[in-house]
Design a protein around this ligand. Structure first.
Ligand code: HAM
Length: 416
């Protein structure tokens, strides 16, 4: 019979990988918790209208990539393609946003029907952060410094670079859009097909085109930064100066426009060239208009999300080295229960040690054969005679072994 396979672009995360994932998760969680962020969990399925109204009808995500279906009541539902819209919906529904400051984080699977390739999947995982009620660039600096801490803690800070841009207020952006469309309209027949379509529906996204001819035309295009009022310009310039002074590698990228409609003012992406085509590891920005747009009282908002799979691909495999592991058994029936208690004591002496007990008494030769088949680095074998209990400890990598008394075993474990 034909075997049932996982859906294309949706991956199993196997035990070999989950250890690395857990380590990354712990690192990210510890950092955001140390900045005072609190976790929020929202459903994976939401009403389709939520994403249409927030991400935007004409964006690729909503127009082409959502997993949308009618449930048994005939309501249109979608698997979440991102977490920001759900955070705002939940914040509004539970009264967390009005006149309040919130620092939130979330993690979990997201779904987009994109063409799968390395670093781009149909089910992928994000770790995201959203803040509400903070209008100044201080919170923007906090987010960027916090992401920088992520990369340093995970040992990938030499592999990433921050791209940053400002989209201005909606008025500033509207004025710019007009000038941009006026500039491109006479050149329309030189644009690629996607960009021609976007000239009507979402002109700023033309900056995202990978087409070299389109990119060449954009070199002479008006820049959004020249359409900013004094305040927007000063906020952005000061933020960039501050980030640079923190030693963060920054590129001011006027072509960075983001693929979701809710952004205004500062937007950023952390990019790497170590992942091939899918080089954006983390992205976000300001979205002050979204809370009102989804029916709440206006509240400033800023956030980002990182792609977990992309991050895991980057984090050095050596950093994911398994913890210290051991395989444990005893020789004689009469020591069976005591050996379980001893194994437990050993685990407490060294929390880094993953110790698996064989379960029942076993002969030495068979035990060592089994131990060699596990991924354990140490084998522990309890023996006893009239003089009492002793433990044979074998380093399975070097084959060195020694017989230890119970008390010297404890010192040995503590020193590992
Ligand atoms: P986004 O740029 O669509 O932004 O996604 C954020 C990150 O998720 C990307 O930089 C990438 O690392 C990862 N990602 C996106 N799509 C895929 C995919 N198909 N496969 C693997 N990884 C992927 C957002 O989702 C916004 N909600 C971010 C945000 C939060 N803005 C404000 N707050």
């Amino acid at each position: 019979m034909e075997k049932v396979q996982a859906i294309r672009g949706m991956n199993d995360i196997l035990p070999d990988q989950t250890e690395g994932w857990r380590k990354i998760t712990r690192t990210l969680e510890n950092i955001v918790l140390s900045y005072g962020y609190r976790e929020i969990k929202t459903p994976i399925v939401e009403s389709t209208a939520l994403f249409k109204r927030s991400i935007g009808d004409t964006t690729d995500i909503v127009a082409k990539e959502m997993y949308t279906f009618d449930d048994r009541n005939g309501d249109s539902l979608s698997l979440r393609p991102e977490g920001t819209a759900s955070c705002v919906r939940a914040g509004l529904q539970h009264g967390l946003l009005h006149n309040q400051k919130q620092r939130l984080f979330y993690q979990g699977p997201m779904f987009r029907h994109e063409r799968p390739q390395k670093g781009r999947y149909r089910q992928f995982h994000q770790f995201g952060v959203e803040t509400f009620g903070f209008s100044g660039s201080e919170i923007e600096a906090e987010h960027i410094l916090m992401t920088w801490r992520f990369w340093q803690a995970l040992g990938i800070d030499k592999k990433v670079c921050l791209h940053i841009n400002t989209l201005g207020s909606s008025d500033e952006r509207e004025r710019y859009k007009q000038a941009f469309v006026e500039f491109l309209t006479p050149l329309e027949n030189q644009l690629d097909e996607d960009s021609k379509r976007r000239l009507e529906s979402n002109p700023l996204r033309i900056w995202d085109s990978k087409n070299p001819q389109t990119q060449a035309l954009l070199k002479a295009a008006p820049r959004l930064i020249d359409f900013l009022g004094d305040e927007s310009r000063a906020d952005f310039t000061n933020l960039v100066i501050e980030i640079k002074s923190a030693g963060i590698p920054v590129v001011e990228n006027p072509g960075l426009v983001r693929g979701l409609d809710y952004y205004s003012h500062t937007v950023f992406e952390w990019v790497t060239d170590s992942l091939g085509a899918q080089g954006t590891v983390c992205a976000g920005g300001r979205y002050d208009g979204l809370v009102k747009q989804l029916g709440g009282k206006a509240s400033p908002a800023f956030g980002f999300a990182l792609g977990f799979e992309r991050l895991a691909l980057m984090v050095n495999q050596e950093d994911n080295a398994p913890l210290l592991t051991g395989f444990f058994a005893c020789e004689r029936e009469q020591d069976a229960l005591r050996s379980v208690v001893l194994a437990d004591q050993i685990r407490q002496e060294n929390p880094r040690l993953r110790l698996e007990h064989h379960g029942s008494p076993i002969g030495l030769k068979k035990f060592m054969q089994k131990a060699n088949k596990t991924e354990a680095t140490y084998a522990f074998y309890v023996q006893s005679d009239e003089a009492g209990m002793s433990v044979l400890v074998k380093n399975l990598t070097t084959s060195e072994q020694e017989l230890l008394s119970r008390s010297s075993l404890i010192s040995f474990i503590q020193a590992l």
